[in-house]
Write a protein that binds this ligand. Sequence first.
Ligand code: AGP
Length: 609
Amino acid sequence: MCGIVGYVGNGSARETIIDGLKKLEYRGYDSSGIAFCTDGKIEIRKCVGRIHNLEELLSKETLDSHVGIGHTRWATHGAPSDVNAHPHANGDSSIAIVHNGIIENYVEIKEWLAQDYGVNFLSETDSEVIAHLIGVYYNGNLEDAVYKAVDKMRGAYALCVISKNEPDKIVAVRKDAPLIAGIGHGCNFIASDIPALLKYVREIYLIENNETVVITADEIKIYNAQRERVHRDVFHVTWDADAAEKDGYSHFMLKEIHEQPKGLYETLHRRLDENGEIVLDGISMTKADIENFNKVYIVACGTAYHAGLVGKSAIEKMAHIPVEVEVASEFRYRDPFVDDKTLFIAISQSGETLDTLAALREAKSKGARVLSVVNVVGSSVARESDDVFYTWAGPEIAVASTKAYTTQLMCMYMIALYMGRTKGTVEESYYRAFLTELSEIPEKLKAVLENESEIEALAKELYKKEQVFFIGRGPDAGVSYEGSLKLKEISYINSFAIAAGELKHGTIALIEKDTVVVALATQDKLFEKMLSNIQEVKARGAYVIGLAKEGNKEIEKQADKVIYIPDCIDEITPLLSVVPLQILAYYIAKERGCDIDKPKNLAKSVTVE
Ligand code: AGP
């Protein structure tokens, strides 16, 4: 949610910042801007729209500098517009800031600045107050002014500040919004996320909450909230730069769909030893801890929440512990019953989703043990958890999550299996057979991906539809929610998912002639029930696309079209069945001419409430 890049060095701030912003566009893309310290003043250029609009604006002049800050915005306060775009400056343009987050008491600060200092505000944003606040406090030392401003602010922020009076530095500070500093040679960087800097550096500092960073071309100094200098170990980034490129695919989403066999293989094999035993290296949860749990909460948002739904069935079945799955934004305000017998599992691709992070803190404060399933190494959720089970999906750039979901599922199966085995609720033969099934998934998934053209053809038939329903039972219900979310978020088709047995309790009223219903029927023991549900919607005129395991030909008699997935045990079909739905959503959105990697109104990382 909003991306920040800053550069101080001997090279071109303009080139580095524009390049970094393009890599961060997934975080927000309604407007962008850049501020330079140059010739004793601050120059700001900003405009509504994507980064290429900013590039076009800048192409009209040679403006550049060795110090600058840039921003790509996801609007919270104030509509996307040139004036609301960041950077924002104070009245005499001696200070400029870029901000990611929300200043909750901005109205109060705004009133105070207007009354006591006669400040005029140009934008409708909460962020503009920060520039004026720092301007009011500025007395020859930018760090001092930033500290004083931060003291007055409530909310979440990753903030970068430049001053025309101290043109060789950037001061940055974070609270509940991500920030990293990149260590260059003769130059240094600041950014919201690693992809922005991959082209330039592999060594970074992860900035902690409430820390302030002072960046010059030669040095990066980190200070804690008490203004004491702190030592930080260098974090070595292992991703290669190509991982954040499209690599010949027309969209990141399609590339990431195709990366799933590899991501699943890595996620599984990095935690298996030579004897095929699951090893939880670096995870401190003991047998006694596992035996102590009497309840599990799985808490997440969006796609990660859907992975949690599948995780619930697996943990309950294998570890015999009741599991509740809840969206983080509800959990955090509900005062849930959590104690030291609770295992709290947070699932998050980015590890920066604010609601998930807040729910985690809430659970931790009540004594829960926190295990997180996270993709981004060193992210806030990872750092604040007792233990982390990393997904090995690699960087996920497309806003629509694909490979993060399937690797999250893999982790959930492994956690369930490990807990069951440790508690003795899973027998050796089941454990072995289940692991064998999991290890066959990457190859089976390749077979699913070979059917891409068939699904593309189906998308060409369906792309003009304005309504699509997804139904399923058991694990298929969870996958239905995910298939529906994928379709609506990138194609803007109105879509709804429901447990198939629940249809007749109301939703079936919406089924009429030619309504498209995607019916997931991959569960052997629920197959006949699903055939009945398909008949019910067919009887009302629906056009049904069935999804079943190879061999279950019976479905062809009921459905208008059938997509098959390779045979596997019922429990793990979500690892395969979601993929045709991702591909279907992708090609439907493509036919509709949608901006697939950057859908309207969305951002990859939701770091505001
Ligand atoms: C799904 O395609 C979305 N991008 C969204 O629902 C996402 O899964 C959600 O915002 C949670 O993000 P996280 O995994 O980074 O916490």
